[in-house]
Design a binder for this molecule. Structure first.
Ligand SMILES: [Zn+2]
Length: 311
């Protein structure tokens, strides 16, 4: 049971293996690192993972989940498509079988060849939007039509607020990955989902901070709903480089002990660690240990692969 949150600059990509499932959430790449060609493909080749029965030239993976089709979450999609066939391909409005309420308004996204690839991959796939493991993975999202129809939610950002949020339970650890959902979107998502509320109340160990940790998505409502009103172990930020707008900078509250207990193995008695940025390196989490999961920050891509395979 293990997970890597890749250092892909201001993009996002998280790969997890747990309870016999292989799950990739988002596939952003940076100019220095491509999670598909630098990690996933060499991993599957070396481990001789199973090929897909649907397309035997490609490797089988249980699920590719795209939180939302912004380019920093799908920029490595052509590399993925060339080498992998996911049993489940999940993204907002993941296919034609969904009812109208869930259909994405693609006109609201900028034109992008990677979206075209995603759409091609979705052809012929059946609904519903679902998790690959019903005991350990839970997904929550706002129906796209509702976001479109709400001035508040669409004004904040339609494309981000349709994000699929993923809650994982891995060996008693609780991981929440809310995509790029923004402040109002998070509030609405929690208000509407009793089960999500319940999950949060049970505690969050690791938070992959919404919208790359930007100020515009810092949600006090999210923390208010968590047990202890803070994460137990770590807030993980895949930060954007700061722009002109103040809202583009990473919110410093993630590194505050008001929002995290810092109970992780990067903490020491003298210095508590509440937040880590992926720009420090790929974050490898070993959940197979008893008690506290083992965390490492690794920059070298070969070492990352080796350590991942050793777990
Ligand atoms: Zn986005």
């Amino acid at each position: 049971m293990k997970q890597v949150i890749f250092n892909v600059g201001g993009a996002l990509s998280v790969y997890s293996e747990f309870s016999g499932k292989k799950l990739l959430v988002d596939i952003g790449k940076s100019k220095d690192y491509n999670p598909i060609t630098d990690f996933l493909l060499p991993l599957y080749e070396r481990q001789r993972y199973t090929k897909s029965t649907t397309d035997s030239s490609k490797y089988y993976i249980d699920q590719l989940l795209i939180s939302h089709p912004h380019n920093d979450h799908i920029s490595a999609i052509s590399d993925f498509r060339d080498a992998f066939f996911p049993e489940l391909l999940t993204c907002p409005n993941d296919n034609d079988g969904m009812d109208d309420n869930h259909k994405v308004n693609w006109d609201l996204f900028d034109e992008n060849p990677n979206i075209d690839i995603l759409k091609e991959m979705l052809v012929g796939r059946q609904p519903p939007l679902r998790a690959t493991h019903d005991q350990n993975e839970f997904i929550y999202y706002l129906p796209a039509k509702d976001v479109d129809g709400s001035d508040e939610l669409s004004g904040e950002s339609y494309c981000n607020n349709i994000s699929i949020a993923v809650f994982l339970l891995i060996n008693h650890q609780r991981i929440f990955m809310p995509g790029d959902i923004q402040k109002m979107g998070m509030k609405e998502l929690i208000d509407r989902n009793y089960y999500l509320k319940n999950k949060l109340a049970g505690g969050v160990d690791f938070l992959i901070t919404p919208h790359h940790g930007l100020k515009s998505s810092f949600s006090t409502v999210l923390f208010d709903n968590m047990r202890n009103k803070k994460t137990n172990r770590l807030n993980i930020v895949s930060e954007k480089s700061s722009g002109d707008d103040d809202n583009r900078t990473v919110d410093t509250r993630y590194s505050s002990s008001d929002y995290c207990l810092g109970n992780n193995n990067l903490s020491t008695r003298d210095s508590q660690c509440n937040q880590v940025k992926t720009s420090r390196g790929h974050i490898l989490i070993d959940y197979s240990t008893y008690g506290r999961p083992k965390l490492e920050i690794i920059s070298d891509k070969e070492i990352l692969l080796e350590k991942f395979m050793q777990i």
